[in-house]
Design a protein around this ligand. Structure first.
Ligand code: GDG
Length: 453
């Protein structure tokens, strides 16, 4: 849920809404339609009672410590997450995790069934809740149900390994409209329903045995461009950006990565590539240094602990060899920062390096472009991020190709300013026209427009 726990004046816990891209996008729709947001508040201690905040009704679904372990860290983040991201890490299949997933999905479906008005629209989000559409439809056939998957959907060659593959597909098919980030994911889904369930499909439609027709299409998500650009334009953001550059030793060029510390993001790959450039003597640390923000994430899941060690070993090694006092080769921050600081970092960076091995969209790439309102700055972007479909003018790379990544980094560092401006202008034009409002309204129109006919 988009809430933070705060202490009230009398010491009692209170909950305050915390805005994020998704909340901001849905806020007007929610207000006009008296919408409710159903979710997990992120803690096993106490779940807030339903409450209203800034025009939105918030309903919390509780999870026990065991459910967090089996449903969230287990099935969601150690089975589905790696499987859906091309098995970059090996997925773990455990039957008790699956059972917890079914149980928790049922609880969410129940909560939605209780809160939704007659013939209401319910929009279910992401891989943690793939069974909810079918469960909710069974409880409330009057509802109009949409579903959006924020992460990739793999082809049948990988998805087919999931012991519960049919249940997941049937779960999703409870929706009237299923949204994906990329057209390729929507076609994977259509092919999966043919291959694993034997259903007929035509264009974006799946024909179910009971006569229902479900549509599957891509709706690439975006960000609140105007809000971020406003922060980026503030004089204090500019002052902070200049200060950051000074604090790291005033290199000629600053390269930047901002990611959750996740093995899908290609963080180690980009540090290794940058370190090789320094080792080869192709780039000197006075010419370019790297800032990598790695936000702590899923720290109790084994693969994330291993990744942290790998990244921190690589950073230590490159700094030991190429750093000087007051001028590290790589500035590494394993911490979270507020949006103003992130905007200052985006403003401080000459080259944004976004190299996921697989990513549904990647909002960081869009945030960088949003902050470069003066058409400066260069984006290096993995072709395996959904954003690559939209930012064709970025330096597109295959992050598995070390030499390719190295030469792309050099090209980006040394790009002439006129070409950089031309590229950035074209990416910004696309982004400004495709912000998060447009994403939300195009999904909801596709979902409800159909209802009137
Ligand atoms: C999933 C999909 C898809 C990062 N550090 C801090 C911070 N962030 C913010 C970024 C950005 C967001 O987190 C990360 O979004 P991404 O899209 O890059 O990645 P995931 O978290 O993996 O998101 C992804 C997305 O869902 C949306 O559909 O694009 O493919 O994997 O907004 O700025 N925010 C703050 N402090 C930090 O330290 N406040």
């Amino acid at each position: 849920m988009p809430v933070d726990r705060v202490e009230g004046a009398d010491g009692t816990p209170q909950w305050r809404r915390s805005p994020g891209g998704l909340v901001t996008a849905l806020d007007p729709v929610m207000r006009v339609n008296k919408g409710a947001w159903i979710g997990w508040a992120g803690s096993t201690d106490e779940a807030p009672e339903p409450f209203d905040e800034a025009g939105m009704h918030l309903v919390s679904v509780p999870l026990s410590a065991t459910e967090v372990e089996n449903y969230y860290e287990g099935f969601s983040n150690a089975t589905l997450w790696p499987l859906y991201h091309d098995v970059i890490a090996p997925p773990v299949y455990r039957r008790e995790w699956w059972e917890a997933y079914v149980q928790v999905n049922q609880r969410f479906a129940q909560a939605a069934a209780e809160v939704a008005d007659r013939e209401a629209v319910v929009w279910i989000h992401d891989y943690q809740l793939q069974l909810v559409p079918e469960m909710l439809r069974a409880l409330r056939p009057d509802l109009r149900i949409g579903y959006f998957l924020h992460i990739p959907l793999p082809p049948v060659e990988l998805f087919g390994r999931l012991p519960w593959r049919q249940q997941i597909l049937r779960g999703l098919l409870g929706a009237d409209l299923i949204g994906f980030q990329r057209p390729g994911a929507a076609s994977n889904f259509l092919r999966l329903t043919r291959r694993l369930l034997g259903y007929q499909t035509q264009r974006d439609q799946v024909f179910l045995p009971d006569g229902r027709v479900v549509r599957a299409r891509s709706f690439p998500i975006s960000i609140d461009v105007a809000e971020l650009e406003e922060i980026a334009r503030r004089p204090e953001t500019h002052r902070r950006a200049a200060e950051i550059r000074e604090e790291i030793g005033s290199p000629a060029k600053v390269l930047l990565g901002i990611d959750r510390l996740d093995y899908t993001k290609g963080i180690a790959e980009r540090i290794h590539a940058f370190a090789e450039l320094l080792n080869d003597g192709v780039v000197s640390p006075d010419e370019a240094t790297f800032i990598q923000v790695a936000t702590p994430s899923r720290e109790r899941v084994e693969q994330y602990k291993l990744l942290r060690d790998e990244v921190e070993l690589a950073v230590g090694r490159v700094n030991g060899t190429h750093g000087r006092i007051g001028r590290p080769a790589v500035t590494y921050l394993h911490s979270s920062h507020d949006r103003v600081e992130l905007a200052a970092l985006y403003r401080a960076a000459d080259v944004m390096v976004v190299t996921p091995l697989r990513d549904g969209m990647n909002l960081v790439a869009k945030e960088y472009v949003a902050c470069r309102y003066d058409n400066t700055g260069t984006l290096v972007l993995s072709e395996f991020a959904g954003a690559a479909d939209e930012f064709r003018q970025a330096f597109l790379v295959n992050p598995y190709d070390v030499d390719g990544l190295k030469s792309t980094l050099v090209d980006a560092i040394r790009l002439d300013p006129r070409t950089a401006t031309r590229k950035m202008r074209s990416m910004r034009r696309h982004l400004v026209e495709h912000d998060v409002d447009k994403w939300a309204s195009s999904f909801l129109t596709a979902l409800t427009g159909d209802m009137r006919t």
